[in-house]
Design a binder for this molecule. Sequence first.
Ligand SMILES: [Zn+2]
Ligand SMILES: [Zn+2]
Length: 340
Amino acid sequence: MLQIMMPAPLTFTMNEVPVPEVGDTQALIKIERLGICGSDMQIYHGKHKFMSYPIVLGHEGSGTLTKVGKAVQGFAVGDRVTIQPQNFCGRCYPCQQGLYNVCEHLSVMGVHETGMSSDYFVTEASKLLKLPDELSFDQGALIEPIAVATAVIRKVGGVNGAKVAVLGAGPIGNLVAQVANASGAKDVLITDINPKRLTIAEQCQIPHCVNSQEKDLATAIVDFFGANGADVIIDCAGIRQTISSAVQCARRGSRIAVVANFKTPVEIELVLLQRKEVTLYGIMMYLRQDFERAIQLVAQGKLHTQELVTNYFPVRHIQEAYQYVDDHFEDVMKVMLTFS
Ligand SMILES: [Zn+2]
Ligand SMILES: [Zn+2]
């Protein structure tokens, strides 16, 4: 089978390797779709701090089971699945608290260990989630980023009846805003400086899509949410200006969530958080329940997903796909690799 390896930044090699053996507790997946994500681009450029080469990329996959280990229950050949790409130790203190998303030995497929850029991928059955019939393989590959969004909404304590401002309208910001909307938020606004991303946000029926170069966050919040401001501000942009404006604009007694990966240390006015008694949430990945919720929301038709998929490339053209994302960083949302 084909397995695509990245031996060093900016380089892919196409390797012909045997189809992996399937252990008793494992299953073999014929991969159908694989999304390219911001963290993949960091690895592509050698800028990801917590990984080493060579690596097989890919953590946003969907496919069909072609083999199931003897001890596996609840899955059968032919099932359509997506994969929760975290491996954790189960023994460290965070794991024992159920917080395996911050396991001290967390190993993410496609980042720290072999990912899914291959015709077939073997993994523990415990990492699989079945896709209901109504979900496409595209939607299956989007479940991982949607689970980031469902995790955010869960971790900030829910948004029922809340006014939610999301900063950054890339794939994660878009999905966080949509999940907030689908989870009972009273009102949602999203900001970006990129008109294309804002247009896609509009197509996804996010209520207020604001170009922050035309209207600053403070004004947008007052215009759309009224004088009492936002209950929750969620930073999915990861730039100094957005988090400091979030801290400036946060209402007394409100919540801020940091979802984006900040690449350099950022100064914030801590005293403002203290004076206004703002709760700040750091958010890292997801739990299985967030995948289940993501699948449920898509199956219920509560999220716009196809609007997010801007491009397709056959997996053999992976180099071209990554180059395309690089050259059109402002234009692409989710790029999907397809398998024959
Ligand atoms: Zn991702
Ligand atoms: Zn652990």
